[in-house]
Write a protein that binds this ligand. Structure first.
Ligand SMILES: NC(=O)c1ccc[n+]([C@@H]2O[C@H](COP(=O)([O-])OP(=O)(O)OC[C@H]3O[C@@H](n4cnc5c(N)ncnc54)[C@H](OP(=O)(O)O)[C@@H]3O)[C@@H](O)[C@H]2O)c1
Length: 332
């Protein structure tokens, strides 16, 4: 192998679907591995809704945008194939930010060794961003208590499905909001949620009232959209809302209007947004919290695998159409 494939971002999205016109696919020379460096052959990379923000020109966000001409940003997993680094050996499995490319030259910064004997897709679907995000938001902001009621939007997605299963395992009544009957069936009959609402076909207000007779104590917000107002209206006093994502608003020039703030006072609600880069220092503690649930078989997942690096360029659209069934991953 003398060259490898890399995909650079060369234009910013302007609304509408993401396509190959925003990227250039280039062949790069395999780099020489210097002292203190090692070369990783990436095997799988994660596609995430956050990429829409990273591709935009927004410099006010929690992380700078990808510069035009740079390799597209992503996290992934791979194997060390050459090493001049004292702490990384050929054959080690590593995970971290590697970008849309087959090979990644590293000095060890921002890559961690993976020692768990699990398939790549299980690592990317549970123990990386989805599981960490679910655990951080649910426990730090949602503060779930046995007997309470939790509603999660994007409930069949990689983050939402883990949130709901953690809450179920902790003894809450859990209702998930999804966009297809297949997803509703999966979260109820496979994952054990107490109920599901199809926001595209159900009468949201009456179905939510039926499924949450005691009101809602915790709302884990992944999507925004029409469900938000209905959930807000049913929040109990001292309820908590973890604002993780608002995918319904990402493609809109103007986001939807949020609920009125007066009930925030009347009901003494806590509403908090968060982003995971603030919590990367907490990863060991988050994994310590999450891992026992996984080992006890309480967290199921499904991965949606796309084949080949170039499939990343259009694969991102599946998030908006809702066609991804579980964690969206590109297999290289
Ligand atoms: N704060 C953080 O640090 C952080 C970290 C990771 C992820 N997130 C956020 O968490 C959310 C979930 O991420 P994920 O990776 O787990 O993605 P995901 O839920 O696996 O995929 C996104 C899902 O969103 C739903 N969706 C798309 N458009 C929608 C709309 N207009 N209204 C309602 N639902 C819509 C679709 O499912 P349906 O078929 O059910 O519509 C789609 O499958 C995203 O908003 C993401 O940005 C935040």
């Amino acid at each position: 192998m003398t060259t490898f494939t890399r995909i650079n971002l060369i234009a910013r999205p302007e609304g509408g679907p993401i396509g190959p016109e925003l990227f250039e696919v280039v062949q790069q020379e395999v780099p020489t591995v210097g002292e203190g460096q090692f070369l990783v052959k990436q095997t799988q990379l994660s596609l995430d809704p956050a990429m829409f923000g990273w591709m935009s020109s927004d410099t006010e966000s929690y992380i700078p945008p990808v510069a035009l001409g740079d390799v597209m940003r992503s996290s992934g997993i791979g194997e060390v194939i050459e090493s001049n680094h004292p702490d990384f050996s050929v054959g080690d499995r590593v995970m971290g930010m590697m970008g849309w490319q087959e090979l990644h030259l590293s000095d060890g910064t921002s890559l961690n060794k993976v020692t768990a004997p699990l398939p790549d897709e299980a690592i990317l679907s549970v123990f990386s961003l989805p599981g960490l995000t679910a655990t951080q938001g649910l426990y730090s902001i949602g503060k779930p208590k046995e007997g309470e009621t939790l509603v999660v939007s994007g409930a069949a997605g990689s983050v939402g499905s883990i949130v709901g299963q953690l809450a179920k395992a902790d003894g809450l009544t859990v209702v998930g909001v999804v966009g297809t009957d297949e997803k509703a069936d999966w979260i109820v009959n496979e994952l054990g949620f107490d109920g599901a609402i199809n926001y595209k076909s159900d009468d949201i207000e009456s179905k939510l009232a039926e499924l949450t007779p005691n009101g809602i104590d915790v709302y884990f917000e992944n999507t925004g959209g029409p469900i938000q107002h209905h959930v807000f209206n049913r929040m109990n006093a001292h309820g908590r809302i973890a604002v993780c994502g608002l995918i319904a608003d990402y493609p809109k020039e103007k986001p939807d209007l949020a609920p009125n703030w007066i009930p925030v006072i009347k009901k003494r609600l806590t509403i908090q947004g968060y982003t995971m880069p603030d919590h990367f220092g907490d990863v060991p503690a988050l994994l310590e919290k999450l891992t026992p649930y996984v080992l006890q078989g309480k967290i199921k997942h499904r991965s949606h695998i796309l084949e080949g690096l170039e499939s990343a360029m259009t694969g991102l659209n599946l998030f908006f159409t809702g066609q991804n069934k579980g964690k969206l991953i590109v297999k290289l």
